[in-house]
Design a protein around this ligand. Sequence first.
Ligand code: COA
Length: 509
Amino acid sequence: MPEASRILHPGLRQKIMSADAAAQLIQHGDHVGMSGFTGAGYPKAVPIALARHIEQANQGGGHFRIGVWTGASTAPELDGALARVGGIETRLPYQSDPVCRARINAGEMDYIDIHLSHVAQYVWFGFLGRLNVAVIEVAGILEDGRLIPSASVGNNKTWLDQADKVIIEVNQAQPAGLEGMHDIYYGTDRPPHRRPIPMTHTGDRIGEPYLHVDLDKVVAVVETDAPDRDTVYSAPDENSQRIAGHILDFFQHEVSKGRLPAELLPLQSGVGNVANAVLSGLNRGPFDNLTAYTEVLQDGMLEMIKSGKLALASATALSLSREGMQEFLDHLDFYRQRIVLRPQEISNHPELIRRLGVIAMNGMIETDLYGNVNSTHIMGTRIMNGIGGSGDFARNAYLSLFMTPSTAKGGAISCIVPMVSHVDHTEHDVQVIVTEQGLADLRGLAPRQRAQVVIERCAHPDYRPALRDYVARAERNARGGRGGLHTPHLLDEALSWHSRYEREGRMLP
Ligand code: COA
């Protein structure tokens, strides 16, 4: 293939330059909207070149830093490279990079953790300031200048619309067969001009397969030839398999009660190993003709499509391991008919999640007795990844499940605690808690009933006596006139498990 074969627009071909030259167009203080969602479709060359510039500028006593806005997490070539040279002033809306995480927790970088469905509209509303530059990876450019999106859509439509300047990376390594898989909806607007989004089924196509860009804004086109990050999933361990088993039993029970149809409702599956393991469980389970309305399509879902269990999947990104990507490439025509990739404001849209009746299944760090969930902060202060889309789904789902092993760090930590050390999802948005110990169905239960079910069904047996004791003393305290009985707590003690862990490396004496 000739080198420029994926850049068919003559005017944009004129703008081809090196990543280094393109990176020079980004200035200190710029807000830069980059493509990329869970390690898919992020720019591969300009961020690394920019990191080199920043390093040089700062070695000479400069203070070159930018704001980095993305779809979600990216890869070492973007977050890692820029964070390593101290080049990020502010990061939003989601990250999972170890270098970024360390910088954020060391106070060297600001991080704004935002619901993924909110990001695009916050930029349209002007809530986040001006977007100076967009750096967007695409799989190709058509003759008329329309762009073939790559392995993720994320916020690309918004970045291209809103940025003053646009840099396009055209990645030869992205499968040409991605063309036609995307559905880019251009019907969104700002209040008071909004109209209902015309989607009633998971697979509905309501937009067009290409992204648009004002060609006058394009300042550089950079050619790359590099694969996406290899997203490694660990094989489902015993705990994850048990969690999956409890969820399958629960779904069967709900079908038998007539509260779920036999083919269930569209599934959303969160990030992480536990979520991926649950998909493997569903793949072996009794349900057929399933659908997914989710954010990220990971290996587990690909396997379900392959086996025929999953008939259709809507997402905003493909987050696949090397082997998963190979499987996808080998059978691209098969998968293309069953997968739709959408902008994240649509994949995570509250209106659509509510209308479709999505079953949301997300991982968590800890839950408290009453069902408040912490998805983001270790011991209340150290960011892990971010809320991602978990709130978009949990808040609006037909059923909202959160899952975790009952303990962490070899049993030194209980993931069921008296009070969570940080709240991402309040008790009002959490209906089901699942650990390897069991499943707590919190629907229709008042707080004190919730506490009983969470302890007896989900807590690890080693922690049950201490949790029961906490609840009993909190209730006695309240009956003694010190506090209310609606949601009893011992305020001096509620976070003592966390502070003991920080002091002694374990939650219980
Ligand atoms: N206290 C301290 N550390 C804890 C912990 C707790 N209560 N619970 C888990 N951890 C640690 C684990 O030990 C592990 O650490 P390690 O990487 O050093 O081994 C790490 O957190 C991940 O835990 P794991 O049990 O493997 O879970 P996971 O891979 O399924 O991820 C979350 C769990 C919560 C981190 C992950 O689901 C997440 O980031 N969620 C928020 C975003 C989200 O839900 N997005 C989906 C929207 S579509």
